[in-house]
Write a protein that binds this ligand. Structure first.
Ligand code: ACO
Length: 336
């Protein structure tokens, strides 16, 4: 039977660190408010003096992941690129990354699932591998949020949470009878809540797509009904965990580490509490990076492996998250 296994991971964040104190110089906020409400202490943002696009961050992460897998870029059958902040409107960042990797015709697919982009990407990669359509896949999650955030008081609830970064995993098809690799995926979406977290413009439904009035109103910046998303996440994350465990036939105490999307440390602490999990079973690194959206889960996986928290043969990890769309999902993975 074909199974999808992780062969290498890599991460990259821009050098520039933006602290909560920096934020307080631009808008009415404070280190105390940000830490208390979100757990975030700092984030990395690209530097105006050295502009980097989303595919540039992805490239650095991909090079590390490929190197750790012992693969050349030319070994890849497919690139899947998850981002809500592509370098340009179109074509997708997957094509830009493919070219930057020195590839000529390798297929590249962008997915727009925001905070669950990596999870949806895992499910798509798993389907390609199980169907025999691909053997070696590079899955990337990367974001440059900072060039599109409202640095005034109007956007302070959203702006303080977002960070820039990229992370990648190399996924390989393995023929085995063992119950290893991706064990199960479960994904959901609820479009009725699309406007509770969105960047509206430029929008093809508007004529024109963007004008000065819309810019004055800040409709080209992300807006969020934070309380509604928070409440939904606290409800849906335990539900999706139970659902993926049931699908895989894995019990709660068999899971060695939970790697949730890093949107807000309080959400993940409430998840741990409602699942009656000890604190050390849920991985956090939002303190250093903020919410890097499609990059948070692979970035956390890379760090969890580096720290020796996960990665031994037989270790089981649960990836889960909820975000714009609204979309939510979970995947279970056992290290071979
Ligand atoms: N600094 C100081 N005060 C602030 C800030 C800030 N940065 N932002 C908002 N406030 C103020 C508000 O104006 C409000 O003031 P008021 O009481 O005088 O009206 C007060 O703080 C409370 O505001 P809320 O927005 O209700 O704050 P809340 O406690 O909900 O925290 C937060 C906001 C952190 C955004 C939270 O709602 C949250 O994390 N929501 C979920 C985010 C999430 O999971 N998103 C999905 C992933 S992202 C993606 O998919 C792209």
């Amino acid at each position: 039977m074909k199974r999808t296994v992780i062969r290498g991971t890599g991460k990259y964040v821009p050098e520039r660190i933006v602290t909560n104190q920096d934020m307080a110089q631009w808008m009415d906020t404070s280190d105390e408010w940000i830490v208390q409400r979100t757990g975030i202490e700092q984030r990395h943002w690209v530097d105006e003096k050295n502009p980097q696009g989303t595919s540039d961050l992805a490239l650095e992460a991909a090079k590390i992941a490929l190197d750790r897998a012992g693969w050349k870029a030319t070994d890849l059958d497919l690139i899947i690129f998850a981002t809500l902040s592509p370098d340009i409107n179109f074509p997708g960042s997957g094509c830009l990354l493919q070219h930057k990797l020195g590839l000529e015709t390798t297929p590249a697919l962008d997915i727009r699932q925001q905070c669950t982009g990596f999870l949806y990407g895992l499910e798509i990669a798993d389907a390609y591998i199980q169907s025999g359509m691909a053997k070696k896949i590079l899955l990337v999650g990367a974001e440059v949020h900072s060039t599109g955030l409202d640095l005034t008081n109007r956007g302070r609830d959203v702006t303080v949470i977002f960070g820039d970064g990229g992370a990648a995993v190399c996924l390989e098809a393995v023929d085995t009878d063992q119950d290893v690799g991706i064990l199960a995926n479960v994904m959901h979406a609820m479009g009725s809540m699309a406007e509770s977290l969105m960047t509206e413009a430029p929008a093809s439904r508007n004529w024109p797509r963007l004008d000065e009035k819309m810019m004055d109103e800040g409709r080209h910046f992300p807006v969020m009904d934070g309380k509604a998303i928070f409440k939904l996440a606290v409800r849906k994350l335990p539900e999706i965990t139970m659902e993926v465990m049931k699908k895989a036939g894995v019990a709660l105490d068999e899971i060695d580490l939970f790697i949730p999307h890093q949107a807000n440390m309080r959400i993940n602490q409430m998840f741990a509490k409602s699942m009656k999990l000890p604190e050390d079973k849920v991985f956090h690194n939002i303190q250093q990076y903020g919410n890097t959206t499609a990059a948070t889960i692979p970035l956390a996986l890379d760090e969890a492996i580096e720290q020796g928290r996960i990665g031994k043969s037989g270790d089981v990890v649960c990836f889960l998250g909820l975000g714009a769309g609204v979309t939510w999902g979970a995947s279970l993975y056992r290290f071979p």
